[in-house]
Design a protein around this ligand. Sequence first.
Ligand code: NAD
Length: 287
Amino acid sequence: MADDDFELEPPELTEDDVLVLEDPHFTGDTVAIVTGAGSGIGRATAVALAANGLTVAGVDVDEEGLAETSAEATDLDVPGEHVEVPADLTEGAEIEAAVEVAASHGTVRYLANIAGMQHISPLAEFPVEKYDLLTDVMVRAPFLLSKHVVPHVEATDDGVGAVGNMSSVHGHYATKDKAAYITSKFALRGLSQAIAAEGEGSLRGFSVSVGYVKTPLVVDQIPDTARERGISEREVVEDVMLGQARTKEMMEPVEVANLFTLGFSRHGRHLNGGDLLWDGGYTLTYE
Ligand code: NAD
């Protein structure tokens, strides 16, 4: 039941979509590590930070995806470099090596923990291997990456840096059959606050929570849900996914990327331990 006039693919990224800010640390000497940079929100964040002049170390297990991200950065003619750093975030040694590679390209000040995945299952049947995988990628890896990045920030002359963690509306409330995801997204808000508590003000932690974004993770589920429920793809988006939201449109990946840019910049100076809840009214309104 496809809807012909209904567009689920994100439009091609243009320069106009990207938030570009003046910041003394937004230069090629500064490195931002972005995980999940091979697709979706991570790719958009890698390109957006490179558009802000930063050197970006894009980390992902998907090497082809990373190459496409480099191609997108080149197409947009961004001033910053995108360095491809293939790594499997379930492997502690690969995480440590990825931070070392990133540090060989400049001063590591920023870390965007974005890589993630979903698994849908009722709690009683939830495969423990899936729980382990989701929490390895979305809790353990962000913790380990932060652990390895913090000393680099602390070694700088001014100690300025930040870790931004990709949470979700599911880091605020729960729906059924997503226990590992919800547990992970709540944990990422906790990690952000823990970093803020230790960061002495100049090294900050924050989280980003959004509803539904046009990425493969979400878009690929829509035709199946439409078929299963016998409704159109538009109805899946507007009634099932965004039924609770006031803004009945999914976000574009670049709109999420812009939140990381804002959070890392000097304009985010007082964002410390806090959460950027950009959810179109999803979480805080009720009909
Ligand atoms: P996506 O599937 O497009 O991208 C996820 C990326 O993570 C992929 O490139 C994948 O290769 C990478 N990844 C997964 N496992 C990895 C591993 N072991 N090692 C290295 N990389 C690995 O998904 P997305 O929609 O861009 O989601 C990105 C993040 O945003 C996730 O944490 C997700 O939970 C969160 N989020 C997404 C939405 C949404 O609607 N799309 C909403 C809220 C939060």
